[in-house]
Design a protein around this ligand. Structure first.
Ligand SMILES: [Zn+2]
Length: 65
């Protein structure tokens, strides 16, 4: 799936947990404000966006198989 904040980086993983881990280096590099500056509510908002994007991406993958 593509990065949900810039769309410029693509990641592949078998589960949302490994997807999160795979995205971490990119977030530290390009979206450090997202990691360091977020308050609890916006962190939850980010997780919601992430899970929605992950579900959509894995659904697309299933349809292609
Ligand atoms: Zn990004």
């Amino acid at each position: 799936m593509a990065c949900i904040d810039c769309g410029a980086a693509e990641f592949e993983a078998d589960s949302w947990q490994t997807m999160l881990v795979a995205m971490m280096p990119h977030y530290f590099e390009s979206h450090h404000d997202v990691i360091s500056g977020v308050t609890e509510p916006s962190r939850e908002g980010w997780m919601t966006r992430f899970m929605d994007a992950y579900r959509a991406a894995s659904q697309r993958q299933k349809n292609e198989l």
